[in-house]
Structures are given as structure tokens and as C-alpha cells.
Design a protein around this ligand. Structure first.
Ligand code: SAH
Ligand code: SF4
Ligand code: F3S
Length: 434
């Protein structure tokens, strides 16, 4: 038996895989520690989407080296996930005292048989960094919110956006058979899960034979009994009128859509290999805005090589025209092996930061303005946790995924309540349970 601690970085796909791995580790007799200093093995599920993500992981390995030196502990780590693919060997060479096993993005559960040997201090040379057949792990309830679950339905990506490392670390896009998805969701429902998020790097390009994503979504909504269903991440090129219609037709499909646009400039979008123009994107946003109660969010990338002030203004225009509830805004980070790595005309860091410094506050203002009309309305919300502010204030999410704070008792965590909205609170709202 080994005492393990899982550190997770990156996107929801990594979170889903960590949740599945945790379930399997416990089922095979290993014990989870809540404090890494007491663990034999720290499993670091890495991300390499931006340089900053990788730097954090290097920092963590340094932290564990320091901990072992100070306390005489013998913590060893498993480096798994996206960063292993191109940096695993380097990390092993730089931290031979800490890194006991390097593993990639496929068959994460196959590290389990190595755990006892690792815990006794043995370094394991075997590794799995190549892509063969991808097996979807059974999705488990989330560790933090056991009434919610991420359910991977697609994995990998064939889009090759020129800035993005994901296709090189996750491999080709594969789709999980619909029957297996339905069985997994039925089991989650029987475990009391109320909220599922279907996952894929490019979730809305899903297909199984003749069944496309809107049909799968409709089937889950009709048959699973799960009251809250959402999905991430949609690519604009695959967002169809039919998908918007399916979202409108089923009350259990949450009126929430995350649709990254990255840039508002057609020239930059072409250089990014995004396969749509700003006008195409706006047309699709038009369809999405027909969905009753819809809240929109997006990803925006500033400072792609060659981005001029004019290109950036086009990005600002989309932000003004669409009015997103929320946005994840990043500055471009050069990734090894991607097509954009070799592009001339890299934008200086200072300019990227200046652009973000204009974009972020403007988007936040829009997000807050969009909250005003909710005051006085009644919405349902899933109560997730006690808020950070006070033990007597609960934090939840409305059906369109906006954070809401309500006074109430801890026993309400994991239940769906009706809430009267009384105003805005930061980037979310506050209300009273009715
Ligand atoms: N599959 C999803 C998201 C993948 S990564 C999609 O297609 O939208 C999540 C976000 O990280 C991207 O939407 C992009 O905005 C950002 N990102 C990806 N590569 C990046 C890079 N090299 N530098 C900075 N941000 C990046
Ligand atoms: Fe990366 Fe583009 Fe694939 Fe998203 S669609 S994972 S941004 S290559
Ligand atoms: Fe990061 Fe890998 Fe996800 S690079 S964003 S953990 S697919």
C-alpha cells in the first residue's frame, strides 16, 4: 500500500482523468493523503499549454526536493500528462532524486502496478509516451464536488491550431462509443450526481456512426435523468444551428456555451488555422443568442505573431459586440514543435501585456453589466460549497453557470435550490433561497 497525493494542473480533461485515477487507486488498496508532505508518492498530472504552466511544475519539483532535504522524507513523484511528452526526460535528468516515473497522456491507470515499487524508492525506467489505442477511463464523481462529474466523450485533437501544443501531447481525436457514455452516465446518476460536463478538446465534433453531438446530447437529456448537463470545449467550426436548437429544446441542457474565438482578425484567424472568420463566428453567436437564458463565455489569445494594433482592435470589437458573461484571456506563449513557433514577427511581451491590460478590465465591466437585469428574478442553482467569505454564505452556480452566493446551512451543499436574485457580487450574483 502506498500513500499518494494527486496534484492536478491544466484543463478539465486532466481533472476528469485525475478523478478516475483516484477512484482506481483507492479501489486497489492505496491511501490518499490530503497533505503531500505525508505522502510516499506525489502524482503530478501536468499541463503544457503555456510556458507558465510548465514553470509551475518545475517549481513543484524543486519544492519536493527541498521538503525531502529538510524533513528527511523520501517523497517520490510520478510525472504524468501533457508535459511528459516533450519534457519528461529532461525533468527526470534534472530531478533524479524526485522523479521516479514518467508517464504520458494515455493509459494513466497503468501506473498503478508500479506504485509499491516506487514507494520503496525504486526508480522505474518503463514509460508510456507513445499513442496507441486510447481507452476512456470510467468517469467518477469529482473529488471536490461529488454531486458533479466530468465525462470525457472525445479525446485528442486533429485541428492543429498553429499556436497549440494539444495535438502533439494528446494525439489524434477519438470518440467514445455512445453506449459506453450512456452506461457511465447512468452509473453516475445512481451515485447521486446531479451535474455532468461532457468533455472533449473539440467536444462538438463528436460522432459515433450516424450519431452526431446534438443527437448524443439530446439522448442524454432525454434518458439520463441528470438535471444539469453541459459540455466543453466547442470549436466554432462545429457549432451548428442544430446544436443551438437541441440546447433550447431540453431544459436539462444548461443554457451555457463556451465558444472560444481567440482573435477577431481574419488575417490572424487564418494564421492560427482556426478555419472560421470573424463573420462566421458572429453568425454562430447569433444562433446561440436564441437559446433562452443563454450565458456565453470564450477564450481569447492576444499577441499571436504578427498581431498588429489593428488586429487587436478587431478582437476588442468582438468583445463589445458579443458581450460575453465570462472570458479566459491569455497572452500568446510560444510552444515547442508548433507551427507558430517558427513564425517571424513575435509580438514583444510588453505589447502583449498592454493589450491584456486593456482587454481584461473591459471584459470584466461587460460581465458585471450583464448581471444587472437578473436582480429580482428567480433562478435555480446547484449549491456547491461554503463560500470563502463566510461559513454562513454558500456558493453555487445558476442553471446558466453564473456563480451565486446565498445565506444558508452547509446541509444544502449538493442540492438544487430556488433563489431570488438580489444583486451582483463581484463577478457573480447574490440572492436568497426561497
Ligand atoms: N480545445 C480548446 C482549448 C484548448 S487550450 C479549444 O480549441 O478552444 C485552452 C486555451 O488555451 C485556448 O483556447 C487558447 O486560448 C489558450 N492557448 C492555447 N495555446 C496557447 C498558447 N500557445 N499560448 C497561450 N494560450 C494558449
Ligand atoms: Fe488546441 Fe485548436 Fe485543438 Fe483547441 S482546437 S485543442 S486550440 S489545436
Ligand atoms: Fe494542458 Fe494538456 Fe489540457 S496541455 S490544457 S492539460 S490537454
Amino acid at each position: 500500500m502506498a500513500r499518494f497525493f494527486i496534484e492536478n494542473y491544466g484543463c478539465q480533461m486532466n481533472a476528469a482523468e485525475a478523478d478516475s485515477l483516484r477512484t482506481l487507486l483507492i479501489a486497489s488498496g492505496h491511501a490518499e493523503e490530503t497533505d503531500p508532505a505525508r505522502a510516499d508518492i506525489v502524482i503530478i498530472n501536468t499541463c503544457s499549454v503555456r510556458k507558465t504552466a510548465e514553470q509551475r511544475i518545475i517549481g513543484r519539483l524543486g519544492f519536493y526536493r527541498g521538503l525531502n532535504q529538510q524533513n528527511g522524507t523520501k517523497i517520490r513523484s510520478v510525472i504524468m500528462g501533457c508535459m511528459s511528452l516533450h519534457s519528461g526526460k529532461e525533468l527526470r535528468a534534472q530531478f533524479p532524486d524526485i522523479v521516479g516515473l514518467v508517464w504520458g497522456t494515455y493509459h494513466k491507470e497503468q501506473i498503478i502496478p508500479y506504485l509499491n515499487r516506487l514507494a520503496s524508492g525504486i526508480t522505474i525506467k518503463e514509460e508510456h509516451l507513445d499513442w496507441d489505442t486510447f481507452d476512456f477511463l470510467e468517469a467518477s464523481p469529482e473529488e471536490q464536488f461529488p454531486f458533479k462529474a466530468f465525462v470525457p466523450i472525445a479525446h485528442g485533437c486533429d485541428n492543429y491550431c498553429s499556436y497549440c501544443i494539444v495535438p502533439y501531447v494528446r494525439g489524434h481525436e477519438v470518440h467514445r462509443p455512445a453506449g459506453e457514455i450512456m452506461d457511465n452516465i447512468a452509473k453516475l446518476a445512481s451515485q447521486g450526481v446531479l451535474d455532468i460536463c461532457l468533455l472533449g478538446q473539440n467536444v462538438n465534433s463528436y460522432r459515433d456512426g450516424n450519431m452526431r453531438f446534438p443527437e448524443l446530447l439530446a439522448k442524454i437529456a432525454a434518458e439520463s435523468g441528470i438535471p444539469r448537463i453541459t459540455f466543453l470545449t466547442s470549436h466554432p467550426k462545429d457549432f451548428s444551428k442544430e446544436l443551438a436548437r437541441t440546447m433550447s429544446e431540453h431544459p436539462s441542457i444548461m443554457p451555457f456555451l463556451h465558444l472560444p474565438f481567440q482573435s477577431g482578425s481574419d488575417r490572424i484567424l487564418a494564421a492560427m488555422n482556426r478555419k472560421y472568420t470573424a463573420a462566421d463566428y458572429m453568425e454562430k453567436i447569433g444562433w446561440a443568442k436564441e437559446i433562452p437564458g443563454i450565458a456565453l463565455s470564450t477564450d481569447i489569445l492576444v499577441g499571436f505573431p504578427g498581431e498588429t494594433d489593428e488586429d487587436f482592435e478587431a478582437t476588442m470589437r468582438i468583445v463589445e459586440e458579443v458581450r460575453f458573461q465570462d472570458a479566459y484571456m491569455y497572452r500568446y506563449s510560444t510552444r515547442p514543435g508548433t507551427a507558430a513557433e517558427k513564425l517571424p514577427d513575435q509580438v514583444p511581451e510588453k505589447v502583449k501585456l498592454e493589450r491584456l491590460a486593456r482587454l481584461i478590465p473591459r471584459q470584466k465591466t461587460i460581465g458585471r453589466e450583464l448581471l444587472t437585469p437578473y436582480t429580482g428574478e428567480i433562478h435555480t442553482a446547484l449549491i456547491e460549497s461554503v463560500s470563502k467569505k463566510s461559513r454562513h454564505i454558500l456558493s453555487g452556480r445558476t442553471h446558466n453557470n453564473i456563480q451565486i452566493f446565498v445565506p444558508g446551512e452547509e446541509t444544502l451543499i449538493g442540492t438544487i435550490v430556488r433563489v431570488m436574485i438580489t444583486g451582483a457580487s463581484g463577478m457573480g450574483m447574490k440572492g436568497e433561497i426561497i
